[in-house]
Design a protein around this ligand. Sequence first.
Ligand SMILES: [Fe+2]
Length: 157
Amino acid sequence: MKFEKTKETLNQLVADLSQFAAVIHQTHWYMRGPEFLTLHPMMDDYMDEINDQLDEIAERLVALDGSPYSTLQEFADHTGIKDEVGTWDRSMSERLETLVSGYRYLADLYQKGIEISGEEGDDSTQDIFIAYKRDIEKNIWMIQAELGHAPNNDSEN
Ligand SMILES: [Fe+2]
């Protein structure tokens, strides 16, 4: 079957982007602390971006004659991004660190997708993966800067 591994990666992304949208929504609702007035609306922008990626990825999968996951149960069964019941005991920094790890997971998965679609010769999907990985790396840089860290180093100031 043509582009089979690329399609598997697309569907993995459907599950993970759906899950991560919920994680961002939880952050939006449960955050308390410094910069709330800036960070709370920022989460709306992050969610919009992730939902745009989700729609584009799912529709690319359909264009390749694939079948995207489309139920909450399927997303939960297949995602590799953890979630947890919302609590009020997390600091603003902890919430942002959770976002960074989710974004890092997605950047790694996009990188894997870039390699797989390259091997299978699906340039059009690879183009999508490259653009979205770049967008996510920018988010990682910005959130890490807010936390006082270099983009790829959680201990450096
Ligand atoms: Fe809201």
